[in-house]
Design a protein around this ligand. Sequence first.
Ligand code: BG6
Length: 484
Amino acid sequence: MDPHVFVLFGATGDLAALKLFPALYRVSQRDGAPPPAVIGVGRSDWDDTTLQDAAVDALTEADVDEGEAREWAESALRYARVEAYDQLGPVFETAEALEAERGLDGNRVYYLALPPSTFPGTITALGEYEEDRGTVGEHVPDDAPWVRLVIEKPFGHDLASAQELNRIVHEHFPENAVYRIDHFLGKETVQNLLVFRFANAFFESAWSRRDVERVEITVAETNDAAGRAGYFDGVGTMRDMIQNHLTQLFSLTAMEPPARLDAEGIRREKIKVLRSTRTARSNETVLGQYGPGAGHDEGYRDHEGVPEDSRTDTFAAVRLHLDNWRWQGVPFVLRTGKRMAERLTEIAVVFRRPPITLFQASGGCDPERNVLRLRLQPNEGFTLSFDVKTPGDGFGVSTRELSFRYEDTFGPFPDAYETLLRDVAEGDPTLFVHAEEAEEAWRIYHAVLDNTDIEVHPYESGGWGPDAAGRLVEAPPPEESGEP
Ligand code: BG6
């Protein structure tokens, strides 16, 4: 990990306090990590001390000892105040001064945890400055310092805006300097999908249309959108969760084995999955919005800042179809919602029943489908249901489970942001979203975003979302000859 300055745009925001300061702290505690040099950037009238105090609060919240947190914050953090995010003079001055003071070579990470409306201006200002510094552009000398640009989600609002944002990014930065964040990719259990699939020949050989009837990807959340209306009401669940987090889970589940386990190998296979996926259709998309329920007096429309006729989806389910050799005819149902009964992220692979029902004829009963459930959070692990003979006369069949829980074997996981920030510092883009991936993911949903023909079903807080979503799982897949 080379010494570098980490410039955090949006240092006064929630993400910084909740995730980024704790992750920066933990990365800097790893063996071989250089002393941290972080510049927090914001428009608020803060100074170094205000920023350091905020970071100490954030770290103690994350169970770091207060004395250690203060020592870290005081040595690591400087604040640069800007009037606007495209006027970055104070940022560059602070960075240059810090580099001179510490004898650093000029390597920098720019991390944009900012409102997306500011991305184009900030990226352009950074790009022009870096071109002057000779770190990006036509003729970059081999010994030039490195620069990495990290962009938080949402990356665009739809296909056209993502293409435009990529154009602006690529005007200045080469793709290998760009790290688009989807924090689900930093989760250990999401990465375990690759190990689970490609280290266990047993599962991989059953991982196709021959044996799999359908796949259900579920992210149920108990949290809500209260206090976030400013962001959430213009976005909704299709954009906030489905287009990014669930689509990442989908492509990791459906992808072919990569030629190599590196950024190029993995991202190439994920892009192939997205390219083979048909555009989602309105008659296979179910949207919902929570009302009151389960002890909540307020529904979504009662939150401060939400218009009383808001159509914003707090639940979304969509059935996807792939046109490729492995998955032709196997539906993938993606669903997620807020204020659900339970917090649960899982991928359920539902296998086909045996072709003949041997046991019913001899006085027994039909076997159940085998279901493999990969639990990504909480209670990380997996279960596989299978049928056994019920002891006694005849062929009674009972369903039982094999299970594995991470917690029983391994210690706690690093937080997703710690993994991702370490990878940025080490220059490994494997767990980040490629330009083409971001665009293809928007392409899949372009016909169902902002589509007012799709009804937004009210659902009760504390349940499992609108009933209509259940039908996406139960209904047989539609005719193969659907819209492309
Ligand atoms: C964020 C979304 O990207 O992911 C939130 O904006 C969502 O709405 C969150 O709650 C879920 O992440 P995690 O890591 O808590 O499962």
